[in-house]
Design a protein around this ligand. Structure first.
Ligand SMILES: [Zn+2]
Length: 281
């Protein structure tokens, strides 16, 4: 049987058959793949450790007719910190959900892998720092939107075209237009959400490709929350799909901010995998 090697992050796993799992992988070229891990739920399976959600591994796969299978796994980075902090785990689940939304099965999406691995590593090291985690999630959202050509326009008003800045501050965000509108134009856009200069600055900073810019950012939780409302609106408007991760739902107010975060079952592979998923084999 022909085989091939791959370095990939495990985005998600779900149960399959009696002892198997289907594993959603993101490889270094930004190709999303679904592969079969046979017998991984048996005790002492040699595959189990390297196929935990968010693990970065080196894999050997065999080519199947409809589905490829995983025959060997070697952990490159277990990102253990993600499993020691529920909020970091929830945030990572959201990053994985974003990664799925911005990639295609079998086709490359350049740049996505580096954003995802970089943010997961920072989250794993975030040690319960909720503010840092929130900034990292905004970085992931803005970077993935920009890479997909769906970025939020923040440099000029999309109604009058004038450049935004201290002398001409932003006042709103229009999902329909795809970005910011100035104070003069906002009244003419009744559907626009509020976008104040502080949240606007945060969004401009976190979209910079260097992760360090996001890592060093220290802002009021309230400002990052307002920035999150803009990215959430933009994502749903442009991708046309709902996100189910707790970290995303928290933004929408469905989960009380700072409240208990439930580790989603689907992400841990202990259940929940069923016909609702989009990319079955
Ligand atoms: Zn304007």
């Amino acid at each position: 049987m022909p085989t091939y090697k791959l370095e990939a992050i495990v985005l998600r796993t779900r149960e399959y058959g009696e002892t198997d799992r289907l594993v959603t992988l993101l490889d270094r070229d930004g190709v999303r793949r679904t592969a079969l891990a046979k017998g991984v739920r048996r005790p002492r399976s040699s595959l189990a450790a390297g196929l935990q959600p968010f693990t970065y591994s080196r894999l050997l796969l065999w080519r199947g007719r409809s589905l490829d299978g995983i025959s060997q796994v070697q952990v490159i980075d277990g990102l253990r910190g993600l499993r020691e902090d529920l909020h970091a785990f929830a945030a990572a689940t959201y990053v994985a959900e974003l990664a799925e939304a911005f990639t295609q099965e079998g086709a490359p999406s350049p740049g996505v892998f580096n954003v995802v691995l970089g943010v997961l590593r920072e989250l794993a090291a975030s040690r319960g720092d909720g503010q840092a985690q929130a900034v990292l999630l905004r970085h992931a959202e803005m970077r993935l939107l920009d890479l997909a050509g769906l970025g939020i326009e923040l440099d000029r008003c999309l109604a009058c075209g004038r450049e935004l800045g201290p002398g001409h501050p932003p006042a709103g965000y229009s999902a329909e237009l795809g970005g910011a509108v100035c104070a003069a134009c906002r009244p003419g856009r009744p559907g626009a959400s509020p976008l104040d200069p502080a949240a606007w600055q945060v969004l401009r900073r976190v979209r910079l490709p260097a992760l360090q810019a996001a890592r060093r950012l220290r802002v009021e939780p309230e400002v990052i929350r307002r920035a999150a409302e803009i990215t959430a609106t933009h994502l749903v408007y442009n991708l046309g799909r709902p996100f189910r991760s707790p970290a995303f739902l928290a933004i929408l107010g469905e989960v009380k901010a700072g409240g208990p975060v439930r580790v989603p079952e689907a992400a841990t592979g202990t259940g929940g995998g069923d016909g609702q998923r989009r990319n079955g084999p």
